[in-house]
Design a protein around this ligand. Structure first.
Ligand code: UGA
Length: 427
């Protein structure tokens, strides 16, 4: 099939190379000319495992190109995915600015297109958004009628950053929310080469499945952090508790890692948006509000442990890891930022190292010392906090830490394997 992807961020680009790898012809659309140029030169604007190889492959087979011209892309495709961002606003609501603009552009182009076109909403949008906002804009601007001249589906993404390509190719499930059977059948056909259950449902149910999935995973993390905070006071290693709990098939071992809390561009934003949506329909989500509260307080736990050991004013604190999780350069809502701000407010001097996230971190926390190596951060430091579980921190040994002034090591994520004396935030 000929596919256009509107919005070439990490979801859009991974979706694009994923479909191209299945032999479909894909056109990526973005308003950012630099990004479009990069994609056409087989360069990835973001860091994502295997993305560059697959992009190179798709371009060399002439199965993918990028453009800023949304009209041409829609005219020359049969199916268009909306993969633009839905960022959080200050009040926790999600911004629909890019969704509305993409819907207007699609509507204006469909006005000139005679053949049936399928639109697939892949951006994360709250229940009722496709029906109450996207469809009316497209109908108004195209003068056409949904179900007759064009079809629409809602097909949420479940891609983890850092693993997005493999999650796209091997999904646990594919959810197709459909306006009508005809459009759902077309989208199911597009996914016929994927070895995964396909769930067909309504548009708003598909939208809710995405939010419920992220809210559940975030709840699981705040739950294990709550247990972890209790364990810490009792001198119990939470990791041992989680390991035994996870062997119960009903619980499962995934997302039971305690630490300094969840970050990233999805969980904090999606849970807050769902809480706000519930409020608007007169429901107070006490559970989800607590999930956010626990997560907000979790980074401070590692600072509290450090303060019990020393006065940090004027001291050199080595920080290993800035990204919200390993294998990404993303620092959006990273708990490391809260930890560093708190340390700086208390007068500490920060020497930070991250294998990938330095450039992005500099935009948000410019006033700390960025180190080019783990050793540079550790040299003569008075304490070390490990805030991201990068694989390269696993092999650190007592010898590496011997360059510290005082050997106070506290982990915010479970990572060290060869070190004798250290403490964890919940262990
Ligand atoms: C998350 C979901 O896992 C994806 O399924 C979803 O598609 C995506 O959001 C999205 O909505 O687009 P992502 O934000 O990339 O993916 O990251 P995760 O791997 O889920 O981790 C999120 C945060 O939770 C990280 O800060 C991680 O360190 C933390 N975490 C995760 C824990 O603190 N404990 C755990 O046990 C697992």
């Amino acid at each position: 099939m000929r596919i256009s992807i509107i919005g070439s961020g990490y979801v859009g680009l991974c979706t694009a190379v994923g479909f191209a790898s299945k032999g479909h012809e894909v056109i990526c659309v973005d308003i950012d000319e630099e990004k479009v140029k990069k994609i056409n030169n087989s360069e990835t604007p973001i860091f994502e495992e295997n993305l560059e190889n697959m992009l190179k492959d798709a371009i060399s087979k002439k199965l993918l190109y990028a453009t800023t011209n949304i009209n041409d892309a829609i005219i020359n495709s049969d199916i268009s995915f909306i993969t633009v961002g839905t960022p959080s606003m200050l009040n926790g609501d999600m911004s629909l600015e890019y969704i509305k603009k993409a819907s207007e552009d699609i509507g204006n182009t469909l006005e000139k297109k005679n053949s049936y076109h399928v639109i697939v909403v892949k951006s994360t949008v709250l229940p009722e958004t496709t029906e109450k906002i996207i469809i009316p804009i497209i109908e108004k601007d195209s003068g056409k009628i949904v179900g007759r001249n064009f079809g629409i589906c809602m097909n949420p993404e479940f891609l983890r950053e850092g693993k997005a390509i493999s999650d796209f190719i091997n999904p646990d499930r594919i959810v197709i929310g459909e306006y009508d059977k005809k459009t759902g059948d077309i989208l199911e056909k597009l996914y016929k080469d994927f070895d995964s259950p396909i769930i067909r449902t309504s548009l708003k149910t598909a939208e809710m499945i995405k939010y419920a999935s992220n809210a559940f995973l975030a709840t699981k993390i705040s739950f294990i952090n709550e247990i972890g905070n209790i364990c810490k006071k009792l001198g119990i290693d939470t990791n041992e508790v989680a390991k035994a709990m996870g062997l119960d098939k009903r619980i499962s071992p995934h997302f039971l890692e305690s630490g300094i809390g969840f970050g990233g561009s999805c969980f904090p934003k999606d849970v807050s948006a769902l809480i706000n949506k519930a409020k608007k329909i007169n429901y107070e989500s006490k559970l989800l509000e607590t999930v956010i509260d626990i997560n907000r307080n979790q980074p401070e736990k590692i600072v509290e442990i450090l303060l019990k050991k020393m006065d940090i004013k004027g001291k050199k604190i080595a920080v290993l890891g800035l990204a919200f999780k390993p294998k990404t350069d993303d620092i959006r809502d990273s708990p490391a930022i809260s930890v560093i701000n708190s340390l700086m407010n208390k007068g500490a001097k920060i020497y930070a190292y991250d294998p990938k996230a330095e450039l992005n971190a500099k935009k948000i926390i410019p006033d700390i010392n960025y180190c080019k190596s783990i050793g540079e951060a550790l040299d003569n430091s008075d304490a070390c906090l490990i805030l991201t579980d990068w694989p390269e921190f696993k092999s650190l040994s007592d010898k590496d830490f011997s360059r510290m002034n005082k050997k106070i090591i506290i982990e915010g994520r479970k990572v060290l394997e060869n070190v004798d004396n250290f403490e964890g935030v919940c262990w």
